[in-house]
Every structure is written in structure tokens, then in C-alpha cells.
Design a protein around this ligand. Sequence first.
Ligand SMILES: [Zn+2]
Length: 219
Amino acid sequence: METDQCGGCGPIEHPSRAATLHLLGNHPVLDFTNTSSGRGSAQWLDHLQQPADLAAWAVHAGVIAPDLPVGVVSGKDLRRAIALREALYRTLLCAARRQTPDPADVRVIAAEHGRCLEVAALRGVSGSPAAPALGWHWPQGGGAAILGPLVTAALPLLTAVPPDRLRCCPGKDCGWLFLDTTRNGRRRWCDMAVCGNRAKAGRHRAIRRLRPEQEECGE
Ligand SMILES: [Zn+2]
């Protein structure tokens, strides 16, 4: 399925894994940004290709209940989701790097927040006395039922998370975002079993390539 398209022009063609992607971000908004990887590289992947991919990911990630009819997620919803996702990704990267985000991205997030709240209902929720008394709901379903929970969760994430705990995986063609919740704060990879091992294998290959030269020098 993969083609030789220019990595700088857009994502390569590949089957979407939206319904099975690993949820490693420790936050639904970070998992949402991780529906794409390797942005701008030759291995740029985007798993939100069809409206059904967005619905499948939202169910998989627990953002919406499984009984949301897939048909109510439209192509327009998908375009809104991708615009929001990319604005969030760039803004979160800025937060992690202690940089000021692009005002255009902030406008995209704020506009989507406004659109979602316009069709939201604020209802009482049952739970423990310590739990919040009210919660946002999107009774009409559709794209707002997916983007609403994400964009309302994104605002506190942007302003409340310590930047040294918000990380971008340095793995080749990755760039996934995650919250480092380890006690020692030394999580480096989105997934040690994938990007961590790939980097380790790359280092071993580099050492093997160098070894004959080193042995020659030592003789
Ligand atoms: Zn990674």
C-alpha cells in the first residue's frame, strides 16, 4: 500500500490503524495528536483518513460510547478534527519547549472550543462526593461529541501541565507526544519496545560498522 510520495508534501498512503493504535500519551488529547506520526518526514503517517477512522479511534480511545452511529461523523467533521489535531500538536510542542505558540493555532483551538460548547449541554453527573457535579455532554452526537471532550480537556492541559513532563518522542519518524508520569521523570520514548529498541538497534548497527576500522587502527 505504501507509495513513494514526497514525505514533505503529505502523509504516505497506508491502511489506517485508528482503531488499534497504542494509547501511550497518558492523556486523551495527546493520544489524539498521536493519530499521526513522522510529520513532514518520508514516513509521515495519518490514521485519520476517513470519517469512520475518526469515529473508530474515538471509541477505541474511550472518548465516546461505542453506540455512536458512525454515519453521523461527516467529512467536514474529519477536516475539523485534523485542523484541531494539528493546531494542538504544534501548540503542545511549543508548551513542551517553553515557546510561545502561533496565534493562528490558538485561534483554531479557541474557535473549535466555541463551536463545540454552542451545541453542548452541561448536566449533573452522579459519582462520589469528591467528583465534579457537572459535566459537558453532546446530546446530538456527531463530530462535536468527539471534538468537544477533546478540546475541553485540551485547555487545562495547555496551561496546567509542567513542560518538563510533556515530551515528544525522539524516535525516527515518530514525534508522538506523551506525559511522563514516571517517578524519576526519565521516560524518553513513546514506547521502549518500538522507538527505544529501534534506536538501540541503530546504535548497534553503527558500532558494528565502526568496529572493523577501530580494529584496524588498534593493530
Ligand atoms: Zn516514538
